[in-house]
Design a protein around this ligand. Structure first.
Ligand code: FAM
Length: 435
């Protein structure tokens, strides 16, 4: 039997009824006012999206189905002798709202193993991509290529799919996409950086460790890093660029592949997921220019220079968070537990003390604290993943969990095509002007 789909079949009618009740009871309530400034200013604090699987609080950070990062670390399945949550378990939580039993966890793991292999044409497509492409461009193109296997697209085209069943096809596509994405990502890595010397999967490993293995990193601690990394980046509510782009494109009934490829393209922007590559570049630059033992004053000066040059300090600031990102803290704890004497890790720690006070003096920066990307690069670098251009691909492997899980629910709820209104300067003047 299909444990996860069966569970969804049980929950979906209950949640659909709940949503109907909520609309009946609160449908006409006002959530917030929208000012002209907000419309022009990237819609900060405009609550206009419905996204049920995770929620971001500006002070306490992300919760996945109401559980924060320390809670998922405590309650989700871990590897033998491991400390980090396993993404298979997180995916079950995101989709169902419950922690999986061991049997349910194993079900997801087995399904992903079964669905994870790539066919020869796909391997050929990926290993024929021009090597000068950015790895995120390669990933997005490869996900688009996989669209040939979309069960939703086929069912829709043949006229077989009816609206109440859409979610089932989105579920199938989510499971396939998530199962395959580590292999796709590892192939891209080996093709671009290791002369196409490919490593086949090891299905005795869990999903995250297998990804690490196919990249070529086989220490237990590297496995733990991938388990942790792929869990904590999985989702960040609905309004961030990658989740929102996926949700928006999916609302036109584009399948999971078309939708998530769009999300990946947004994640590839330097103000979003690409920041993790930018952070490592920036840290290495500091060491090259200022040497190994940099004083706090020199870092302060360097930060001010970066800003003076019109650049952003990567890894710091956030559109919603107003505190240190708990995903940063989680990675800091990981490093403190497992990594000794890595100068770049030490530099990240030093920056945490030095940079926020400097950013506070700038005034306009709403959040001087580090975000998730301030820490992730040095951890990947520590275990041998030196090609920082690739870092956002690891982020994208993780974000597939949240983005595809949300689309299953978007179809289960029968959410309509997204179509907010837009305004012009003339419209604003005519509406609010004196005459
Ligand atoms: N360094 C320099 N300037 C910064 C800054 C930073 N780290 N963070 C914000 N600012 C500037 C910002 O550019 C803006 O300047 P202008 O008014 O001159 O355009 C001003 O401060 C106000 O911005 P804000 O309201 O504090 O932030 P936004 O909500 O507009 O933007 C971020 C949020 C994340 C895009 C911004 O903080 C940033 O560019 N940070 C560096 C890049 C980064 O780390 N991104 C990753 C975010 C991450 F969590 C993720 O998505 N993966």
């Amino acid at each position: 039997s299909n444990l996860l789909k069966d569970r969804l079949r049980e929950i979906i009618p209950i949640k659909q009824a709940l949503l109907r009740d909520i609309r009946k009871q609160y449908g006409q309530k006002e959530i917030c006012k929208v000012t002209v400034d907000q419309a022009i200013g990237g819609m900060r604090n405009v609550f206009g999206l419905f996204y049920d699987i995770s929620l971001l609080d500006s002070k306490t950070g992300i919760t996945f189905r109401d559980y924060n990062i320390p809670e998922i670390q405590e309650y989700l399945q871990k590897a033998k002798n491991g400390n980090e949550p396993l993404p298979e378990a997180l995916f079950w939580l995101l989709l169902t709202g419950d922690f999986p039993s061991d049997q349910e966890f194993k079900f997801v793991q087995e399904e992903w193993r079964r669905r994870g292999e790539l066919d020869q044409e796909t391997i050929k497509f990926i290993t024929s991509l021009p090597k000068q492409l950015h790895p995120m461009t390669m990933l997005s193109s490869s996900i688009l290529y996989l669209q040939k296997d979309s069960t939703f697209q086929k069912a829709y085209e043949s006229g077989k799919a009816s609206k109440p069943q859409y979610w089932e096809y989105y579920y199938e596509d989510a499971m396939d996409l998530v199962a395959k994405i580590p292999r796709v990502a590892a192939l891209i890595y080996r093709h671009k950086y290791k002369n196409g010397d490919l490593i086949s999967s090891d299905n005795s490993l869990d999903w995250a460790a297998n990804y690490s293995h196919m990249m070529g990193f086989n220490q237990f601690d590297a496995y733990e890093l991938f388990r942790m990394y792929l869990s904590i980046h999985a989702d960040h509510e609905g309004g961030n660029v990658s989740a929102h782009a996926t949700h928006l494109v999916g609302s036109a009934l584009a399948d999971q592949y078309l939708s998530y490829s769009a999300g990946i393209n947004g994640l590839a922007g330097p103000l979003h997921g690409l920041a993790n590559q930018e952070v490592l570049k920036w840290l290495i630059e500091i060491r090259e220019k200022l040497g190994d033992k940099v004083s706090n004053e020199k870092i302060q000066e360097y930060v001010l220079n970066t800003i003076r040059e019109g650049r952003v300090v990567p890894g710091y600031g956030h559109a919603v968070l107003r505190n240190t990102d708990p995903r940063y803290i989680h990675q800091k704890n990981f490093a403190e537990r497992l990594i000794k004497n890595d100068p770049l890790v030490e530099l990240v720690k030093q920056c945490y003390h030095v940079i926020p006070p400097v950013l506070k003096t700038i005034g306009k920066i709403q959040n001087p604290w580090p975000n998730v990307d301030a820490h992730s690069g040095v951890l990947l670098n520590h275990y041998g993943l030196k090609e920082f251009e690739y870092y956002t691909v690891v982020f994208a492997v993780s974000r597939a969990l949240g983005c595809t899980a949300n689309l299953v629910w978007a179809r289960a709820f029968g959410l309509p095509i997204e179509r907010p209104g837009s305004i012009t300067m003339r419209w604003i003047e005519e509406k609010f002007g004196e005459n």
